[in-house]
Design a protein around this ligand. Structure first.
Ligand SMILES: Cc1cc2nc3c(=O)[nH]c(=O)nc-3n(C[C@H](O)[C@H](O)[C@H](O)COP(=O)(O)O)c2cc1C
Length: 346
């Protein structure tokens, strides 16, 4: 698939997820089969641009390109500045966030709230395109199907965005009003795909290779984007790639393979956040990995509970090593001696 000057290795994208899809996670997803990943959203507020959080989000070292940075905001001039700021720091693609339902974002009329005000949305799109395209940087747009069931205006915005120079559209098949409730629909994506010439990406509730295949077939989308189903399961991308190529399911990874990926993930995570923050922010990932493994009932919760008591990188790494070794030795349908100890200690 082609995006501006970039040929993407495949059509399997990692969704931007604030607090999740940081550089270490994106790198791992790309290593395990994702063809493209968008960074966590970066604020367009200049007063926050030098905050530690924002500078970590703008860190792309060692990440295979193209580097796509998502920006969020409500003011066209500030969004254009944010595009330039990120291009100066290595962004090769700028993605405009018109999909995020978070109250923190929407109360300020950013994210999916922008879909309620089409003229402001278009003003922002035009300003960002004018700032980025002269540098050879394509601009993409991520949105929901609309603000509410009665205002599904994604197709209108899609056509206006294409006319304004946006080079790819991603649509999460829910309205802002739905939050994450109900099931994502992909008919709106199919409709948009039939009305524009730029690539269209389908997003929402794609949780398995079969679902990926089905959504691609039903929508005619150029690519699919996966968010929550990749949490703790970054190998979902290679599973989907294999299924799309062969029509057959790839056997699940073995425990030792997952252990090696997870240890690499943790090392990279500590290197970005430092030990104190890194150990704490890694806990959610560890919980998701445990949930994704075929462990006996209660084992994931025990693992999570124990992980939450550990405060050093060394202890966290040792717990991962020991747990995976114990699961591999005992078989994942029995309680390990280590888990018995955690139960006693709890
Ligand atoms: C924890 C979390 C953080 C998210 N942060 C962003 C964000 O920063 N920008 C954005 O456009 N969407 C964000 N989203 C929405 C996702 O990109 C995606 O559209 C949504 O989760 C639906 O896809 P899924 O069903 O594959 O998870 C976030 C979602 C989650 C769960």
């Amino acid at each position: 698939m082609q995006l501006g000057p970039y040929t993407l290795p495949n059509a399997l994208f990692v969704a931007p997820m604030a607090g999740v899809t940081d550089r270490p996670f994106r790198k791992l997803c790309k290593r395990l089969g994702a063809g493209y990943a968008v960074s966590e959203m970066v604020t367009s507020r200049p007063d926050l641009q030098d905050s530690l959080k924002t500078s970590r989000r703008a860190d792309h070292s060692g990440e295979p390109g193209p580097i796509a940075v998502q920006i969020a905001g409500t003011d066209a001039a500030m969004m254009a500045d944010a595009a330039r700021y990120n291009i100066d720091r290595g962004a090769q693609i700028i993605d405009i966030n018109m999909g995020c339902p978070a109250k923190k974002v929407c109360n300020k009329w950013a994210g999916s709230a922008l879909m309620q005000d089409e003229s402001l949305a278009l003003e922002i799109i035009e300003a960002v395109v004018a700032a980025a395209v002269p540098h050879g940087v394509p601009v993409t747009l991520k949105m929901r199907t609309g603000w509410s069931a009665s205002g599904r205006n994604a197709p209108t915005i899609a056509r206006a965005a294409e006319a304004a120079g946006v080079q790819m559209l991603t649509v999460h098949g829910r309205t802002r009003e739905q939050g994450y409730k109900g099931e994502a629909e992909h008919e709106t994506v199919a409709h948009i795909k039939s009305r524009v010439r730029i690539p269209v990406v389908a997003n929402g509730d794609i949780t398995s290779p079969q679902k990926a295949h089905d959504v691609l077939r039903r929508t005619g989308a150029d690519a699919i984007m996966i968010g929550r189903a990749a949490q703790g399961r970054p190998w979902i991308f290679r599973e989907i790639a294999h299924y799309l190529a062969t029509g057959e399911a790839l056997p699940p990874p073995d425990l030792m393979e997952v252990k090696a990926w997870l240890l690499d993930h943790l090392e990279d995570h500590y290197s970005l956040y430092g030990e104190f923050t890194g150990v704490r922010s890694a806990r959610k990932h560890l919980g998701w990995y445990a949930q994704a493994l075929p462990l006996p009932s209660g084992a994931a919760a025990l693992f999570r509970g124990h992980i939450n008591t550990l405060a050093s990188a060394q202890a966290q790494l040792a717990c991962v090593r020991d747990s995976f070794d114990a699961w591999a030795a005992t078989g994942t349908d029995e309680t390990t001696p280590q888990e018995e100890n955690w139960k006693l200690a709890a």
